[in-house]
Design a protein around this ligand. Sequence first.
Ligand code: FUB
Length: 298
Amino acid sequence: MAGALGAVNPIITDKYTADPAALVHNGKVYLYCGHDVSTRERYEMPEWLIYSSDDMVQWKEEGTLAATTFPWASGDAWASQVVEHRGKFYWYVTATHKDINGKAIGVAVADSPVGPFVPASDKALITNDMTTDKTNITWDDIDPTVLVDDDGRAWLFWGNTACYYAPLKDNMIELDGPIRTIDLPHFTEAPWLHKRNGWYYLSYAYQFPEKTAYAMSRHIQGPYEFKGILNEVAGNSNTNHQAIIDFKGKTYFIYHNGSIPTKGGSYRRSVCIDYLYYNPDGTMKRVIMTSEGVGPAQ
Ligand code: FUB
C-alpha cells in the first residue's frame, strides 16, 4: 500500500504501475493503471490495476482487470481510461488483437468505478485495419481518452504517431462518425483531453524520449493551438503518460517515472502525482516533478 507515511512519489511502491488515468466520483479519486511486470527491456503488462483514494495520498488497491478478459485480445494491457456516463463506468483499453495484426481498443463496462468490469462487446471498437491511411505501423491504435462533453456527446481520442478522434454513440461502445485526425507537433502518443472554462486541453506525449506537451482549442474538433511543453522527460522513463484531474479544489498532474530503486526504468514504471497550476489566461504552467508529491486533499 502506498503513501502510508504521507505524500511521496511514486505513490505506489509494492508494484510497478504505468499509464495512469484517473476519475473523480462521489468525493473519491479512482486510479486506473497498467501493471509493469517485466524483468527485461520490453513491455510485459498482463493486467490493469484499480486504486482509490479519499485524499490523493492514501491509496487502496481495489482490483484488477486482465487484458485477456476481452475475448478479442491476446494480452498486453497498455494504456486505458475510465469515464462515467449516465451512471455506468466505461473502461477504454488498449490490448493486442488476436486476429487483426496490431493493437486495438476495446471497452468494458461496470455499474461501479471499481467494477466488476465486463467486456461491453465481443469485438474491439478500434482495430488496426480501420486506420491505415495515416500510418502503417501496428501500434497506432493505442492510448484511448474519452471526454463526455457538456452537451452529453462523447468523443474518443487515441493514437500513436497520428492523433485520431471520433464521436461515440450514446451507448459509448460504437463510433458515431468518421475517424479524423488532429495535427499536433511531434505527437507520439498518450492523448488526454480535459475541459476547463470553455477551453479544450489536448495534452500528449511529445517526441521520444517523451515530454508532455499540450494544445488548446475552443472547439473539441479544433483547430488546436500548440502551447508548448507541460512536463519534461520523467527521469529514467522514456515514456511519459499523463492524466489531469481536479479534486477538492486543486488540479493534479498524474504521470509515471522509473524511480523505484534499483530496477525501476522504462519497463518498470511507477505512478507519481504533482500539482498542476493554470495561468490567468488559461494556459498551464510547466509541471514541477517532485519526490515529495502532494499533500492530503481536504
Ligand atoms: O505502457 C505501454 C505504452 O507505453 C502506453 O500505451 C504508452 O502510452 C506508453 O506509456
